[in-house]
Design a protein around this ligand. Structure first.
Ligand SMILES: [Zn+2]
Length: 255
């Protein structure tokens, strides 16, 4: 037997819009209530885009190729994304011509961004290039910003840039180094897991970086899976210098 829903569902989008017009006149809902409802539907759709960006972002498949206030160029899993004037009224973005979502939905104004845009934004916030606020990022307000922050936090946790040894000042860092440096260097995975929630190799890299920071060196940790582990910048020396470090624990090292 036909239900009200199955009957309505048989209509085309065009015809449903006609019904929406009728409903708008007769629904016992205030302007605010209808506006809330519409916003909620739109936010749900965009939250889905941020979730779809997750896999690319967490796997490190987003590369920022150029960053300036006027123009950002990025690659997301082989798709080119360009963003102009981020955080301003002159904002515009384009996704790759391969992106069907951009081609058929976003460029037609059905919704404001595809998952590739969300992935680039996550990368920019993660890298500290853009502040996580509605005024800095077009089309991101709550609850999208919370979803975005959750994603960025997940990445940081996975990469071992984790709470116990960041941001608590010199004393905590010194205590960690004193207590754990030697045992982590000998592959003590119990301590690495329990205190730092990561592998001994990764924790050792972080401890070495912090040791250099305590000695007033600037450091740049690796961002990719391959290549050097740490760049150490002797900016206070004259002349200044840069050293490249390959960090290995006592057990894992082959050098
Ligand atoms: Zn796209």
């Amino acid at each position: 037997m036909a239900t009200k829903y199955s009957l309505l569902k048989s209509l085309t989008a065009e015809q449903l819009r006609e019904i929406a017009k009728m409903l708008a006149e007769q629904l016992p809902l205030s302007m605010d209530e209808i506006s809330d409802l519409v916003e909620r539907f739109k936010a749900d759709k965009l939250l889905g885009k941020i979730r779809d960006a997750r896999e690319h972002f967490l796997a490190g498949r987003v590369e920022i190729e150029h960053f300036s206030r006027e123009m950002i160029l990025a690659k997301v899993a082989g798709y080119t994304v360009s963003i102009e004037n981020l955080g301003t009224a002159d904002f515009a973005y384009r996704c790759d011509e391969k992106c069907r979502d951009w081609l058929y939905q976003v460029s037609k104004g059905r919704y404001p961004f595809c998952k590739h845009y969300a992935a680039v934004i996550a990368q920019l916030v993660y890298g500290g290039l853009v502040e996580s606020s509605p005024s800095a990022i077009n089309h991101f307000s709550e609850p999208l910003l919370s979803e975005l922050s959750g994603l960025v936090e997940t990445r940081k946790r996975e990469e071992g840039a984790i709470a116990p040894i960041t941001g608590r000042g010199v004393e905590t860092t010194l205590a960690c180094l004193k207590d754990d440096f030697l045992c982590v260097s000998c592959q003590n995975s119990g301590v690495a897991r329990a205190k730092y929630r990561s592998t001994p190799d990764r924790v050792f890299e972080i401890l070495v970086e912090q040791a250099f920071q305590l000695l007033e060196f600037d450091t740049i940790p690796r961002t990719g899976q391959h290549g050097w582990d740490l760049l150490i910048l002797g900016t206070l020396a004259s002349p200044p210098y840069i050293a490249v470090a390959e960090i290995k624990t006592a057990a894992g090292g082959v050098y």
